[in-house]
Design a protein around this ligand. Structure first.
Ligand code: C5P
Length: 279
């Protein structure tokens, strides 16, 4: 038993807050798409569960790691004790709003299911994923989806074709803090509105319309981190990247690319940036 699988990142092509719930979470509607920025998960034979992380980002190896949490949940649900050595090649920046940890968790559930003869149906995988985090169910399938509720309810669409410039400003944001410092927002927006505003222009390649419509309510958070992200957006504007959006709870920022861009000002800033495609 040996399995090597990619674990992609996502961006939020919009995120609207509908209100705050009694359980402390926020009711939202968001449009997500996976992109071709990947971590790699290696599952190798072992006599016990072990996790090794390659890449220079500080991540917990113990029970707070979402990969370990996914393994424990798989064991609870199936009764199968996963004895695997998991090696994570970490390329997706952490705390960047790119869903790296959620993707790792979802792909671990899928990989264990494959390795142990598919004891879980896809529906059960989605249900387990929900316990690991709001974004985790999306990564069971990936591609293009609208998510609502706390992020766990999903409608998938055929993946779209587009290019982005992704900028990671070399600092991270805490998702919990970004949500905590959000002023009260109560938007009246429906799934159909999200389809009209984002999914249709995306599928039809109506880029100007898309750029006009996309927004992220988490940019309204009063956290210091988001304030710094807004500065990055301003700087991008000053070098001709008119419309950029924070992905999820930040800190990364993306812009849909429809023309050639001079990247020398980005290099001068010392930021991490990449041209990437939707997948
Ligand atoms: O579900 P997840 O663990 O990814 O959420 C991290 C934090 O983000 C939560 O503790 C919560 O504070 C906040 N959150 C929220 N509303 C959501 C999703 C996340 O308030 N819909």
């Amino acid at each position: 038993m040996r399995l090597i699988i990619p674990s992609p990142a996502k961006i939020n092509l919009s995120l609207w807050i509908k209100g705050k719930r009694k359980d402390g979470y926020h009711e939202l509607i968001t449009v997500m798409h996976t992109i071709n920025l990947y971590d790699v998960l290696h599952f190798l034979p072992s006599d016990k569960l072990e996790l090794h992380i390659e890449g220079n980002q500080a991540l917990p190896l113990g029970s707070s790691n979402l990969i370990i949490k996914a393994c424990k949940l798989f064991k609870e649900k199936t009764g199968i004790n996963p004895k695997v050595k998991i090696k994570l090649e970490k390329n997706i920046p952490v705390g960047a709003g790119l869903g790296g940890g959620s993707s790792n968790a979802a792909n671990t559930l899928k990989a264990l299911n494959t390795l142990y003869g598919n004891p879980l149906s896809e529906k059960e995988l989605f249900e387990l994923a929900e316990h690991l985090g709001s974004d985790v169910p999306f990564f069971i399938k990936g591609g293009l989806a609208i998510a609502w509720g706390r992020g766990e309810k999903l409608k998938f669409y055929s993946p779209a074709n587009f290019e982005i410039l992704l900028v990671y400003p070399l600092f991270s944001c805490s998702t919990a803090e970004v949500y905590q410092k959000l002023p009260p927002i109560e938007r009246k927006i429906s799934l159909e509105d999200a389809e009209k505003l984002v999914v249709s222009p995306l599928i039809n390649g109506n880029w100007e319309q898309l750029k006009e419509n996309i927004e992220n309510d988490l940019e309204k958070s009063e956290s210091n981190c988001v304030k710094q992200v807004l500065e990055i957006k301003k700087e991008l504007e000053s070098i001709g990247i008119e419309k950029s959006l924070m992905s999820g709870s930040g800190s990364s920022v993306f812009s849909i690319i429809t023309k050639k861009i001079d990247t020398s000002p980005l290099k001068n800033k010392g930021w991490w940036f990449k041209f990437l495609s939707a997948i």
